[in-house]
Design a protein around this ligand. Structure first.
Ligand SMILES: *Cc1c(COP(=O)(O)O)cnc(C)c1O
Length: 503
């Protein structure tokens, strides 16, 4: 039997996958192709190109969840075609989001009466949550200034220079000045005293970070609250606090329940947390909780009814998936307080293993704290032969993604390597990483020697001959080469902007 040409060509199952014409020809990259291709071919082509992405589980740069239980994966896939915004059509999904808001509000000690429901909303992540919280502060401040008959066109926020980039986005997109408290050598979070000094009548809020992105350290929200209470009393202002608990909001309640950083402090009016960080859900979910209804100006809430009943909404986007909300609810009921506590304790134990291993090499200074987000931030003690960027680069060859970055002003001369410990970063991996870092350091110890000898040979053209002049030249070249490498790396990082791959 002779197959017609079209039949044999379109049916990829007839040919070897990789010999079929769809996989053999190159696809236009920036223009849509004229013709369709079979689904098997499309799958294979995309699947294979994606193999070149890093392995998310070995991406130690990110706080964002890379593993969930298969049962939850099933729930996620089952809800993948559900638009969250159709609340009237999917009332149960809406109900689950409301339960999450209430559970998280209680976790943050919101002052709620027995039957009172919490005020908050699920978002795409902490960035959207922070935009919403920021807008609420801006509007409240403007309303108050209008009432007092004072100008309201020059709002500002006080933060540390260690803020995550989303605060800079908020400031630029919504025209609020960001007043940053500078860091200093050995002190990499916002100094509460300096922050309160910076507060003026135009300050819409002071943003404290629970779990600095740079070294995981918790800022002293209690001290900030107490100092600000004093200042408000003196000045008659009403400056509130927002806590950016993107990473620490699911750590502190379980590991340090006594630590007062949340709604127990009277000036804390709103808190955001990333469900997709230590909330243990895949990327795409965050939460913002307000202390009370009064802290969320009514005029920011939209009431829509064209999809069914009246729905109050306060989000930046309209449509979005439902899976992440459902996955968050899964984690909250599946793990409970006990489960979250165990996961966080395990992260802390693995952090200790890594920290001790790195300290044992004698080459690093650890700049993360024992109390904070479970991560290890470290820096080289000696920079004469190589730097942190080279370590980061060499670790990639072993499959590890460990970012290196420079600190914000005034500590920009400090370069840091950071390993985030997530739920799925097991003890075996922690031990393995210590071994690989040690190997990389030894390799780098040997590297300059190789660089010098090639340079010497290249310039003199007389390999193997030894004299004082050449040794001198070699030394000079070693230092220069090192300087060049450092310079090139710094430029590379600066070009990629300050928060490269750190989230
Ligand atoms: C990750 C992070 C953010 C941004 O959160 P997304 O959920 O990624 O949008 C903001 N602030 C801090 C402190 C963070 O760690």
């Amino acid at each position: 039997m002779v197959l017609s040409k079209t039949a044999s060509e379109t049916d990829v199952s007839v040919h070897s996958t990789f010999a079929s014409r769809y996989v053999r020809t190159s696809l236009p990259r920036f223009k849509m192709a004229e013709e369709s291709i079979p689904k098997e071919a499309a799958y294979q082509i995309i699947h294979d190109e994606l193999m070149l992405d890093g392995n998310p589980r070995l991406n130690l740069a990110s706080f964002v969840t890379t593993w969930m239980e298969p049962e939850c994966d099933k729930l996620i896939m089952a809800a993948i075609n559900k638009n969250y915004v159709d609340m009237d059509e999917y009332p149960v999904t809406t109900e689950l989001q409301n339960r999450c808001v209430n559970m998280i509000a209680h976790l943050f000690n919101a002052p709620l009466e027995e039957s009172e429901t919490a005020v908050g909303v699920g978002t795409v992540g902490s960035s959207e949550a922070i935009m919403l919280a920021g807008l609420a502060f801006k509007r409240r401040w403007q309303n108050r200034r209008k009432l007092e008959g004072k100008p309201y066109d020059n709002p500002n926020i006080v933060t540390g220079a260690n803020v995550q980039v989303c605060w800079e986005k908020f400031a630029r997109y919504f025209e609020v000045e960001l007043k940053e408290v500078k860091l200093r050598d050995g002190y990499y979070v916002m100094d509460p005293e300096k922050a309160v000094e910076m507060v003026d009548e135009n300050t819409i809020c002071v943003a404290a970070i629970l779990g600095s992105t740079l070294n995981g350290e918790f800022e002293d929200v209690k001290l900030l609250n107490d100092l600000l209470v004093e200042k408000n009393k003196e000045t008659g202002w009403d400056t509130p606090i927002h806590v950016d608990a993107a990473s620490g909001g699911f750590i502190a309640p379980f590991l340090y329940p006594e630590l007062e950083w949340d709604f127990r402090l009277p000036l804390v009016k709103s808190i955001n947390v990333s469900g997709h960080k230590y909330g243990l859900v895949y990327a795409g979910i965050g939460w913002v909780i307000w202390r009370s209804k009064e802290d969320l100006p009514e005029e920011l809430i939209f009431h829509i009814n064209y999809l069914g009943a009246d729905q109050p909404t306060f989000t930046l986007n309209f449509s979005k998936g439902s899976s992440q909300v459902i996955a968050q609810y899964y984690q909250l009921i599946r793990l409970g307080y006990e489960g979250y506590k165990m996961v966080m304790e395990n992260c802390n134990d693995n952090m200790a293993v890594l920290k001790e291993g790195l300290e044992k090499t004698g080459r690093f200074e650890i700049i993360s704290k024992d109390i904070g987000v479970p991560l290890v931030a470290f820096t080289l003690k000696d920079h004469t032969h190589f730097n942190e960027f080279q370590i980061s680069d060499m670790l990639r060859r072993y499959g590890w993604i460990v970012p290196a970055y420079t600190m914000p002003p005034d500590a920009q001369h400090v370069t840091v390597l950071r390993v985030v410990i997530r739920e799925d970063f097991s003890r075996t991996l922690a031990e393995r990483l210590v071994i690989d870092v040690t190997k990389v350091v030894h390799e780098l110890d040997l590297l300059p020697a190789r660089v010098i000898s090639t340079n010497t040979i290249m310039v003199t053209g007389e390999a193997g001959e030894e004299n004082d002049e050449k040794v001198l030249f070699a030394k000079k070249s070693e230092i220069e080469t090192q300087r060049e490498i450092t310079k090139a790396w710094k430029k590379f990082v600066m070009d990629r902007k300050k928060m490269n791959g750190v989230c």
